[in-house]
Design a protein around this ligand. Structure first.
Ligand code: HAM
Length: 431
């Protein structure tokens, strides 16, 4: 038997309605913040991620699905969205459009070859935003406020926002030198990755999955002690905005994030539920990336963004016992008796559906009792029974399944009747 690939999942109908609900909610929130949707390809040139995310990151070195296409090009299934959105921004010269800064969001599958765990998949769905073209602490504050708004809008309460600044390029240069001095004497006790990254990218040692808990990592120099005045001032302004907004956060000087493009503000939102027993607690991560556009041969513009996975959002909802208000109603089930009624119901269903009414019938020659059970299973609000007699008299009883009441309607008037009852009622509710 062929099975689903490790680390992937089927989203079955009982769950896909939750996904749709979440995605609709996210779309609505994006409108409030004036972000517009962008869709980029699922695969890109491998170089984009090697350069953009960073050659010496775990994502690029170990986790990418990379292959040669038939034209001998190296292609990679996207492991994240930022590099791709920035590529598109540059390629489409978005710095020239009147509406600035350019505020974009995306939602789609990402691929990382990682060890499968609760909350960690090899194909996962990232919803992310990127705001490009404004280097302003209030832009950072907007993005952080949005993160909190998203999670709180689903009713989640056990959340912890962790922030840090990893400064500008100058601060990072000094910091990297300090890290090299710190780790050099003990590097022999570290894994091969850390050894090879000591001189190329020493910050990666701080979030190495193998050596993360070593003493030398715990007492390593902290970026906050190496921030220059500009970087400190920028970070202080971001924090002032967060205080003004009443957003609580904790500062963690060890938060360096696993991708190379970050500068200044970096953050993660963690699940902070005391009863949660899983190892994965990060719901969402992001930060500012001031050098990324130029690194990808783009204009001198800066950006900030974040991404979350819908899988982990669902996990957090489950852990907090939150049920989404997913609509699960069905309008009408037609019960048929006899061949004539069967034939008539095919035509009637077609008319009903084209008028916007959710309707279905039996296809398995069930007896009337079985058809009624099917109506129940579908949670149909109304049922009608059509037999020879109804066809002859051209009248039909419409049964309201919640009250058990019936109403007799002219058969030719049935579509109008349901339009009135169902469509108009919905419109009234939506008003
Ligand atoms: P990231 O921290 O690598 O950042 O991923 C962001 C989020 O994607 C994580 O917090 C988590 O919710 C989800 N995620 C990552 N890997 C997996 C996985 N294997 N299974 C399930 N969920 C996962 C980025 O990708 C950056 N592009 C975020 C960003 C946007 N920074 C600036 N703009």
């Amino acid at each position: 038997m062929i099975r689903i690939p490790r680390g992937t999942q089927d989203i079955l109908p009982e769950d896909s309605s939750k996904w749709r609900y979440i995605e609709n909610q996210l779309d609505k929130l994006m409108k409030l913040y004036n972000y517009k949707e962008i869709r980029t390809p699922i695969f890109e040139s491998t170089d984009l991620f090697a350069r953009g995310v960073g050659d010496s990151t775990d994502v690029v070195q170990k986790e990418m699905y990379t292959f040669k296409d038939k034209g001998d090009r190296s292609i990679t299934l996207r492991p994240e969205g930022t590099a791709a959105v920035v590529r598109s921004y540059i390629e489409n010269k978005m710095q020239g459009i009147p509406n600035q800064p350019v505020k974009l969001y995306y939602n789609g599958p990402m691929f990382r070859y990682e060890r499968k765990q609760k909350g960690r998949y090899r194909q996962f769905t990232q919803f992310g935003v990127e705001a490009i073209g404004a280097e302003n602490p209030s832009m950072d504050a907007e993005v952080l406020a949005m993160v909190m708004h998203i999670y709180e809008s689903f009713g989640l309460k056990h959340l912890k926002l962790v922030i840090n600044s990893i400064g500008d390029a100058d601060s990072r240069k000094e910091y990297n030198e300090a890290l090299i001095r710190h780790f050099e004497p003990v590097i022999d006790t570290f894994c091969d990755d850390c050894k090879s990254r000591l001189h190329t990218n020493p910050m990666r040692i701080l979030d190495c999955k193998i050596d993360r808990d070593k003493e030398a990592v715990k007492n390593a120099p902290r970026i906050t002690d190496y921030l220059n005045d500009d970087s400190k001032a920028y970070f202080n302004e971001v924090k002032t905005h967060l205080d003004d907004l009443g957003i609580s956060y904790v500062e963690d000087p060890n938060l360096v994030r696993g991708l190379d493009y970050y500068t200044h503000t970096a953050f993660e939102l963690m699940m902070d539920n005391p009863n949660y027993d899983g190892a994965i607690t990060t719901l969402c991560g992001g930060g500012r990336y001031n050098g990324l556009l130029e690194l990808l041969d783009g204009p001198n513009q800066t950006g900030i963004g974040f991404a979350l996975s819908i899988e982990r959002l669902l996990l957090a909802l489950e852990e907090e016992g939150i049920e989404l208000d997913v609509e699960d109603t069905f309008d009408l089930f037609i019960v048929t008796m006899g061949e004539e009624a069967e034939r008539y119901s095919v035509k009637l269903l077609n008319q009903l559906r084209k008028s916007g009414i959710k309707a279905d019938k039996d296809y398995l020659q069930r007896k009337v009792k079985g058809q009624m059970k099917q109506a129940d299973r579908l949670n149909a609000q109304y049922t009608v029974v059509i037999g020879d007699q109804e066809l002859e008299n051209e009248v039909i009883d419409v049964k309201d399944m919640s009250t058990g009441e019936t109403e007799t309607i002219n058969l030719n008037n049935l579509v109008n009747y349901f339009q009135e009852k169902i469509i108009n009622k919905k419109e009234n509710i939506n008003e």
